[in-house]
Ligand binder design. Structure first.
Ligand code: GAP
Length: 452
């Protein structure tokens, strides 16, 4: 991880947030290449799951929704972690993590008193200072709250902890405006906020992160088939973004540990350098959310089947993708150190070309004799392929290494012969093989070889 984090900073993928003030909690900034990578992932996801499908429509809702949303969804009452404080060094810890790390025991779902007893009976110590002077376990709600300017009895509002709920709030508007028929899905991408007690592992667990979620509305009797189809679709997505199948694992949640809304949950876990951890989730949310919102809002949220004349509340299968974890998995999968024939070593990010932050780099061999002008002319003919870069500085070998670390699939070099014969050298990132080709064939060749 240290090497990946260092590369992310060195090459403009991810910077520590608010660094000039000494950093701020678990805050990060996606740099120029990180934001390109992020945008490419979001765009690919939107294309695959919204634009290319007739059964899914997209929305873009506010982060602050009506506070009743979170009462109905169960987040005000139940979106808690168990925390414990060290009285000696004031560290705030997740009780379940403390027990799991020390005793390899899963205490998820146990009452606060029982977890307190496990910690005290086993004399567990604060991992920061070693003291066993710990408070009792108590619940901590993970939602960030804020105060609205309006006056009233209670002006508390919440930053959404998941993008999902707006899809339930807009379910009726979508039925009324979009002529959708079951089964259909609503998709959304955007920020979510969780006041995690122990954020960490770089961008893996953050206070502020992005999700890409789909609420897929179905007839209740179809849930098992639809669940299996989405599980396969999510694994196909992993393949599309370049995650190797051997690094992606299914984890079936035990019935007694399911979230309050779920009848079945399967996570897709990824082999991160710090262990096998949750990447995505797939849940059968039943009719829990729509029923809750119907009850709390007093608005009917039924579906009318004009073929059978039935009225019922649809059930929901929810595939959910964390965007920051996707970025991290793509970076971890891509990171390679290779020993070259001349004994040197190169670091190369083998990011799949459709996600690569820079598609093509055009490199004039020299800074003079008209080569930069020719390179700019070639570059302007390639812009349709996506984000392309012009790099003039340093020896050509160094410039190749830089592009390798950014993950640019192909470099185009302009040399003196180019001025004579209208041809260029292309260099493949992964094989480092070089090939001479005519400028007139360049765009079609790159498009077909890397981006089709
Ligand atoms: N709507 C269902 C839902 O929010 P979740 O498993 O709590 O389910 C979905 O979150 C995904 O969001 C996770 O699989 C993960 O990829 C991502 N995620 C959750 N908490 C996160 C955090 N603190 N930082 C970064 N990503 C997070």
């Amino acid at each position: 991880m240290d090497k990946i984090i260092a590369l992310c900073k060195r090459r403009g993928f991810v910077y520590p947030g608010s660094e000039i003030y000494g950093g701020f909690g678990n805050s990060y900034t996606y740099g120029p290449y990180g934001s390109e990578l992020k945008k490419n992932i979001k765009d690919l996801w939107w294309k695959m799951f919204v634009q290319n499908r007739e059964d899914i429509v997209g929305i873009d809702a506010d982060i602050i929704l009506h506070p009743k949303t979170w009462e109905a969804s169960g987040h005000v009452g139940g979106f808690n972690d168990q925390m414990i404080d060290c009285k000696n060094c004031r560290a705030r810890l997740r009780a379940d993590h403390l027990v799991e790390d020390a005793l390899q025991k899963d205490c998820e779902g146990l009452p606060d008193e029982e977890v307190t007893k496990i910690i005290q009976d086993n004399k567990l110590k604060c991992p920061k200072c070693g003291s066993d002077d710990l408070t009792d376990v108590r619940k901590f709600n993970l939602m960030f709250s804020t105060q609205m300017a309006k006056t009233g009895d209670d002006n508390t509002a919440y930053l959404r902890p998941e993008t999902a709920q707006a899809m339930f709030l807009e379910y009726k508007n979508i039925l009324d405006s979009m002529r959708v028929k079951l089964p259909f899905g609503v998709a959304q991408q955007g920020k979510a906020f969780r006041n995690e007690i122990t954020p960490g592992n770089f961008i893996f667990r953050r206070l502020e992160f992005e999700q890409m979620e789909i609420e897929y509305f179905i007839r209740p009797e179809d849930w098992q088939d639809v669940f299996e189809t989405w599980l396969k679709t999510m694994k196909d997505w992993c393949d599309t973004i370049g995650l190797s199948a051997e690094h992606v694992h299914e984890y079936e949640h035990a019935q007694e540990k399911l979230s309050h809304y779920s009848k079945r949950t399967v996570d897709l876990e990824y082999d991160f350098p710090f262990g096998k951890k949750e990447l995505y989730g797939l849940a059968y949310r039943t009719d829990f959310d729509l029923s809750q919102h119907q009850e709390h809002s007093g608005k009917k949220l039924e579906y009318f089947d004009d073929q059978t004349g039935e009225r019922f509340i649809p059930h929901v299968i929810e595939p959910t993708w964390g965007l920051d974890r996707t970025i991290l998995a793509v970076l971890c999968e891509a990171y390679n150190e290779e020993k070259l024939e001349d004994g040197s070593q190169r670091t190369v990010m083998k990011i799949t070309p459709k996600l690569a932050p820079v598609k093509v780099a055009v490199l004039p061999l020299m800074k003079k004799d008209g080569l930069p002008d020719k390179a700019r002319e070639v570059l302007s003919g390639l812009r349709d392929l996506g984000n392309c870069e012009f790099d003039l500085s340093g020896a050509i070998g160094k410039r190749y290494r830089r592009q390798d670390e950014i993950g640019t699939p192909v470099c185009v070099t302009i040399d003196y012969d180019t001025l004579e014969d209208e041809s260029v050298t292309i260099r493949d990132r992964d094989s480092m093989a070089q090939e001479r080709i005519k400028i007139s064939d360049l765009k079609a060749k790159l498009s077909q070889q890397y981006f089709s």
